[in-house]
Design a binder for this molecule. Structure first.
Ligand code: G3H
Ligand code: 13P
Ligand code: ZN
Length: 304
């Protein structure tokens, strides 16, 4: 059975560690994440974006997660990432996700509150928890320009959580989605995070948390990728964020680069091999290693 995201994250908040949210699009990625979680006895959150639904189909991805959770000894939750389309959010609630995100962060404060309240009401009826977002995280949500990231206002965050009844809050403290997070030195606003943590007593979520590990980038580039200028969140800053209230850490880009690097390597080294299992198997293995590394950084190993 799928695990309860709220329970997983409330435990993490009490015991001061974070649980990894990892985006899934296909079977290999699901298997890699689940195996990593099982190896390290860690709870884990599988996440599906609206783009993933478009690519693979809601029922396919839901059932991959469901089968994994049925066969596993560790808690595996299923979450809708960046829900913007109300119809999709409702489908995820209906089919039985563990949690959904309503991302109305691009709307004004009152509209964000109203949309979030509406989803909270629908989801809570089915005991499904809700993540909402306040402020803007760069990258895919950066509707204005990458220079215009709006950090979460701690006072507004307090009011937002009170008025919406959301279960987890995604905060904007300087991260952005994708592989190009910082032009200069990486810097998260830990001072803002501390203020939010003082005012908001629910689990906080860090989006855009990929570290873009050098060894994986080097591997991908060795086999032909062009990843000039990529920069992620340094692992030390992730640890600091977790110490200051981040309980859910979202990672997608690191899995994508791992997949890419491993596939490129096989194709280059084995030009006569066209068996998809030989091409995708090493990608699965490398994603597993990447997830294991992340779980250890977040401190959720042995917490299942
Ligand atoms: O937060 C965004 C995730 O990386 C999902 O990205 O919308 O391309 O699936 P996607
Ligand atoms: P990354 O692009 O840093 O992996 O962030 C993923 C994310 O925030 C998914 O919601
Ligand atoms: Zn995100």
């Amino acid at each position: 059975m799928l695990a309860n995201t709220k329970k997983i994250l409330e435990k993490a908040r009490k015991e001061n560690y974070a649980v990894g949210h990892f985006n899934i699009n296909n079977m290999e990625t699901v298997q890699a994440i689940v195996k990593a979680a099982e190896n390290l006895k860690s709870p884990v959150i599988l996440a599906i974006s609206e783009g993933a639904i478009k690519y693979a189909g809601l029922e396919y991805l839901y059932n991959l997660a469901l089968i994994s959770s049925k066969n596993s000894k560790v808690p595996i939750a299923l979450h809708l990432d960046h829900g913007k389309d109300l119809k999709i959010i409702k489908r995820c609630i209906k089919i039985g996700f563990s949690s959904v995100m309503i991302d109305a962060s691009h709307e004004n404060f009152e509209t964000n509150i109203n949309l979030t309240k509406k989803i909270v009401k629908l989801a809570h009826k089915k005991k499904i928890s809700v993540e909402a977002e306040l402020g803007t995280i760069g990258g895919i949500e950066d509707y204005v320009s990458s220079k215009k990231i709006i950090y979460t206002d701690p006072y507004k965050a307090e009011e937002f959580v009170k008025r919406t009844g959301c279960d987890f809050l995604a905060v904007a403290i300087g991260t952005s989605h994708g592989a190009y997070k910082f032009k200069g030195k990486a810097h998260l606003k830990i001072d803002i995070l501390k203020q939010i943590q003082n005012k908001v007593k629910i689990p906080l979520v860090l989006h855009g948390a990929s570290s873009v590990p050098k060894n994986i980038v080097n591997l991908a580039e060795k086999y032909g990728a062009n990843l000039k200028g990529v920069k992620g969140v340094p692992e030390k800053q992730l640890t600091t964020s977790v110490k200051n209230g981040i309980c859910k850490v979202n990672t997608d880009t690191d899995l994508r680069i791992s997949f890419d690097a491993a596939v490129r390597k096989v194709i280059k080294n084995q030009p006569k091999d066209f068996d998809p299992r030989h091409i995708l198997g090493p990608a699965r293995d490398l994603i597993q290693k990447t997830v294991e590394r992340k779980i250890k950084i977040l401190g959720s190993d042995n917490k299942a």
